[in-house]
Design a protein around this ligand. Structure first.
Ligand SMILES: [Zn+2]
Length: 85
């Protein structure tokens, strides 16, 4: 047995395995839920339109690259919005 500190509530507990991180199933579930919330919270949201770049302020290739990046990001955003959890 090893004495470990629970990552969630900070309580010390006796772990059977060195890899144990939580004192109880309850704390494990709580951590799980927090992780899921974080993932949703930090999910990127992209504007529907690519950013407007004044033509005179950037080379044409540069504008095209930004628009392409925006399109890819948007696709990715859509995919992660519809991804099942
Ligand atoms: Zn705990």
């Amino acid at each position: 047995m090893i004495t470990k500190t629970c990552e969630v509530c900070g309580a010390e507990f006796e772990a059977r395995r060195d890899s144990a991180q939580y004192c109880s199933n309850r704390c494990k579930m709580r951590k799980h839920r927090e992780k899921k919330r974080e993932r949703i919270k930090y999910r990127p949201v992209f504007p529907d339109k690519p950013p407007e770049i004044p033509a005179e302020s950037a080379p044409v290739e540069c504008i095209a690259a930004v628009q392409e990046a925006h399109r890819l990001a948007n696709d990715f955003g859509r995919m992660s919005r519809t991804a099942p959890y």
